[in-house]
Write a protein that binds this ligand. Sequence first.
Ligand code: FES
Ligand SMILES: [Fe+2]
Length: 613
Amino acid sequence: MLEDTDNAVIDRPVDPAIANDWFAVGQSGDAARGQTLRRRLLQREIEVRRDASGALSARTTGAAPCAARDHCGCIFICLGPAPKPLFALPEFDAPGRRFVYMGAIGVHTGGLRVVENFLDMAHFPFVHSHILGTEEATEVRAYEVELDERQELWARGCKFVQPMASAASEGEADVDYVYRVVNPFSPLLYKAPAGHAGEADIIFLFVQPTEEDDCTVHFAISLVDDSHSAGEITVFQQTILGQDKPILESHVYKRLPLDARIEVPSRADAGSSAYRRWLRQIGLRWGVEPMAAAAPAPLVVEVADKRSVADGVAAFTLRSPAGGPLPPMTPGAHLDVHLPGGWIRQYSLCNGPADDGCYTIAVKREDASRGGSAAMHDAVRPGDLLRVSLPKNNFALDRSATRSLLIAGGIGITPLLAMARHLAARDGDVHLHYFCRSEAHAAFRTELDRELAGRWTLHAGLTPEATRNTVEGLLDGSDAGTHSYTCGPLPLMQLVEATGTAAGWPRERMHFEYFKLAGPVEAGGMPFELTLARSGRTVQVPADRSIVDVLRSIDVAIDTNCEQGVCGTCLCTVVDGTPEHRDQYLSAGEKAGNMQMLPCVSRSRSQTLVLDL
Ligand code: FES
Ligand SMILES: [Fe+2]
């Protein structure tokens, strides 16, 4: 049964981008001991019960229990199987503070719209005229935005002159704001008179998304003002929300558009732009206006199996949650996997030709992991849903080859395993050489022994010199029909390339899969003018600076990771102009489409480039 009417039972999975997030559904006092509350959350009916001892429990109607907690004066629910930690707010219990729950207000628009508006200071002078701003002072001064290691979005150093900043206000004041978004539907605002950060009132605007285009907003405050009654404070804050509500409800798009080709917000400032970019990055689809671009929709897959295949290496089998086939892959292909915590990582498919109902990937736990491999090892479990791209192949087998020499180093075995399995299954002339630190580090031994008997060699624990000698032996005297394919640590890739070149191998017969750039990023190029579609700002990008570098210098936040055009973190939508692609992330087809680009390395062929920033 799958209907989108108000009271329908929705049996499709919660969007994996938010499945393990917590959502406020009321204040703690709403559920007395022995009482059951009924709430609607993410198109599901929820029953929340407080037992005689005061403990909370919750379940979706007719389905499994879900997590429920009291936190910061509110009741929070998480529908997913692996709830993330609830946000920390030590100030909440600090002496001298009191908590006022100001009510639950229905807003007939998508919850993401409400959060975006909350983060946007540029509307103060126009919507909250003579309270939060004046039309004489409309400029939003530059401030810093960052996504921290807990994947919370912070905007710090926001300043605004406000005629009446709070119920306790005694006239116009310069006010310091810090915004904190603990998950896509739950923002907080620390608001203090300039220079008095320790006395900040903390405003909670926790959205309970009911439908994709409807929500209830839980509005509360933790404050230091002891001179005003809860009623006076509530009236003041409700006046503000009352001014926003009709504007929010009159948007043409009630779900938030993340693509500038649908709607270019003319007054959005850095916080709300960063918020949209963050939502795009975590792959959120629920409550979001579908992208106008022709980009292929990412898939949702279920983790059907997770197992250790070598020291520090976990393999994951991914299947369609509804059963049935997955889009086809070719040997050498990889997936972009959207991880819990917002990371996007590329993992090669290890599939053999018989594995058409699943994708298999393997992930090595990296010691210096910034989150990607650690998230896969620690947070992802069988039964979880993951959002992935369609398989992309930048490392395909050459059909003209009569013999294939496969050279794998460490976790670089993954694409080569798929190649070897496919070639062996059709009795091709193939041999796989697998270099790794020790026998215990060799992954997929069972598959290799079963499917590649006599066609693979393990080189475990070789010294650098022995590795060099072995590679020289492998590349000595090939015939014109032999192609080599290499994937592994950079030194091995460089060794194979240098040795092959010295032995007379033409470059078109040597294939490499890089997950890090082999050489320095190509620098410099034609200067051009860059326009940021969301703010209308225009800047010059000189010949010797990257787009990301220029954006940082004007305080426009952009998330980056590798800054080498490899990881895809900085991916932007191109609104106008022709990019000069210098990355290794986009496929040739995506580059030719010019819909997206990686501004950490790519530049512009046209004199003007307009990006959705
Ligand atoms: S930051 Fe990795 S591609 Fe730009
Ligand atoms: Fe507002």
